[in-house]
Design a protein. Structure first.
Length: 429
C-alpha cells in the first residue's frame, strides 16, 4: 500500500491511497469468509463451504463490493496510523479507480488533531492577586449569620428598609392579571432586591392594613418576554410588618453559632475561611492566566468538528443553567438582542469554544513535553473519591467502573498535574 498526504488546512488532510494486488487478495479472502456464512452449496453444510467454492457460487458484484469495503476500511486505518494522523471523524472516501483483483486507488479526507507549536512555557508573566481580608469582609459574613439568628417582632409602625412586610399582591397589565404576578401572605424582606426595581421601595412607609397600588415598569431585559419593558400595576395589601432584630455580637452569640467561647474566636474563624477562599480564587485565577498566556504564545488551529462539538456542549450547559433560573434559551437570546441560535454562535459560542479547545490542545502538548502521567494509585484515589461522592446514587457511582469514564478521569488528572507544573515552573525562585 502506498499513500501520500496533502494538508488541505492545518486541521484537515486529503490522503491518496493505492492498494496492491496482494492486499486486494487478502481483502477478498475476508469477504469470502463473511459471505460463506450464508452461501448454500449442495453437499456442504451452511457455513462450512470451502472458500474456493464460495467464490464460484456468489454474485461477482456482491463479492467485489464486499472486497472493496474491506480493502477501504483496512487501508484507511493503516494509512492514517502510518502517517501519524489522529483522525477526528469518519473520513470521507472517494474511489478513483477499482479493478477487482487488480488495483484500487482512492482518497480519504478528514479533520485531524492539529500539530501544536508550543510557546516557551517557562517564561510567563506571573501576577497573583494578593489576599486581603478586610473588616468589611468579616462584617458582611457576620451580618449574614446574624440574620439567620434574627428575631422578628411585629410592629404597628410604618415599614422601613430592613423590615419584613407580609403582603398580598396582584399584578395586572392593561387591567388583566398576569401569570406569576400573584402572592398571598408573602414575606418580603425590604431592601433584599427580591422583586423588580421600585416594588420594595414602594412598600416602605406603609403600615399593616394599608392597601394601595404600585405602578411599575418591568425591565427591558426581563426574562418573561410578554412582560419585558411593559407597564403594570400591583395591587398591594400590607398584612403585617415585622421588625427584624439582629442579635448582638457577644460571646454568647458566638457560642450559639459554633464551638466558640468568644466573639473574637468566631471573627478569627471567619477571617481564616475568607483567607482560604481568596487563596483558592487567586490560585485558580493565576492558573487560568498562565494557561491563556501559553495559548497566546503557542500556535494551534481549531478543527471545525471539535469546535462544533464544543459549541453544542456550551449550549447544553447554558440551557441547563437557564432552566434553573426559570428562563428558556429563546428568552436568553431575546435578552441579548440575538435573532437566533446562529447569531448566538457567532456572537458568543464560537469564541468561547475555540478558547477552550486551544487551551486543551496546548495543555495536552505540554503534558507530553513534561512527560506528565497519571499513576495507577493516583487514578484509583480519584475514582474512589468520586464513588464516595455518589454513594447515594449507585447507578452514577457504578459509572466510574467504565473504561471510558476512567480514561476521562485520567485525562482530567493529567491536565491538573500539567497546570500545577506550569505554575511551579513559572513561580520557582
Amino acid at each position: 500500500m502506498k499513500s501520500s498526504v496533502k494538508h488541505v488546512s492545518d486541521t484537515r488532510v486529503l490522503v491518496t491511497i493505492s492498494v496492491t494486488k496482494d492486499e486486494l487478495a487478502d481483502a477478498e479472502q475476508v469477504a469470502l469468509k463473511k459471505l460463506s456464512k450464508d452461501t448454500k452449496v449442495p453437499g456442504f453444510r451452511k457455513g462450512h463451504v470451502p472458500l474456493e467454492m464460495v467464490a464460484k457460487n456468489v454474485d461477482p458484484n456482491v463479492l467485489a463490493q464486499e472486497t472493496l469495503e474491506n480493502a477501504l476500511s483496512k487501508a484507511v486505518a493503516t494509512s492514517f496510523i502510518e502517517n501519524k494522523l489522529q483522525v477526528l471523524e469518519r473520513p470521507a472516501v472517494e474511489v478513483k479507480k477499482f479493478v477487482p483483483g487488480q488495483e484500487l486507488e482512492f482518497t480519504a479526507e478528514a479533520d485531524i488533531l492539529p500539530a501544536v507549536k508550543l510557546g516557551d512555557h517557562t517564561k510567563l508573566k506571573v501576577t497573583k492577586k494578593p489576599v486581603n481580608v478586610t473588616d468589611a469582609d468579616v462584617t458582611e459574613v457576620l451580618d449574614r449569620i446574624r440574620k439567620g439568628f434574627a428575631e422578628k417582632k411585629e410592629t404597628k409602625e410604618a415599614a422601613k428598609l430592613g423590615d419584613e412586610a407580609v403582603i398580598d399582591f396582584l399584578g395586572k397589565k392593561d387591567g388583566v392579571a398576569f401569570d406569576g404576578g400573584k402572592g398571598e401572605d408573602y414575606p418580603l424582606s425590604l431592601g433584599a432586591g427580591q422583586f423588580i426595581p421600585g416594588f420594595e421601595e414602594a412598600i416602605v412607609g406603609h403600615k399593616a392594613g394599608d392597601a394601595f397600588d404600585v405602578p411599575l415598569t418591568f425591565p427591558k431585559q426581563y426574562q418573561a418576554k410578554d412582560l419585558a419593558g411593559k407597564k403594570v400595576v400591583f395591587e398591594v395589601t400590607v398584612k403585617k410588618v415585622n421588625q427584624v432584630v439582629l442579635p448582638e455580637l457577644t460571646d454568647e452569640f458566638a457560642a450559639k453559632v459554633g464551638p466558640f467561647t468568644a466573639i473574637d474566636e468566631l471573627k478569627a474563624d471567619i477571617t481564616s475561611e475568607i483567607t482560604a477562599q481568596q487563596e483558592r480564587e487567586a490560585s485558580d485565577a493565576l492558573k487560568d492566566d498562565l494557561v491563556q498566556q501559553l495559548v497566546a504564545k503557542s500556535k494551534v488551529s481549531v478543527p471545525e468538528v471539535l469546535r462544533d462539538d464544543q459549541v453544542r456542549s456550551i449550549e447544553q450547559d447554558l440551557t441547563q443553567n437557564l432552566m434553573y433560573q426559570g428562563m428558556t434559551f429563546d428568552q436568553y437570546l431575546e435578552s441579548k438582542g440575538l435573532a437566533d441560535r446562529d447569531a448566538w454562535v457567532k456572537a458568543e459560542a464560537n469564541e468561547a469554544a475555540e478558547n477552550r479547545i486551544k487551551a486543551g490542545l496546548v495543555l495536552a502538548e505540554l503534558s507530553k513535553v513534561l512527560k506528565v502521567e497519571a499513576t495507577a494509585d493516583e487514578l484509583a484515589e480519584h475514582l474512589n473519591t468520586y464513588r464516595t461522592q455518589y454513594a447515594n446514587n449507585p447507578d452514577m457511582a457504578k459509572r466510574f467502573d467504565e473504561p471510558e469514564v476512567q480514561r476521562e478521569v485520567a485525562n482530567r488528572l493529567i491536565t491538573e498535574k500539567t497546570v500545577d507544573q506550569l505554575v511551579a515552573l513559572n513561580t520557582k525562585k
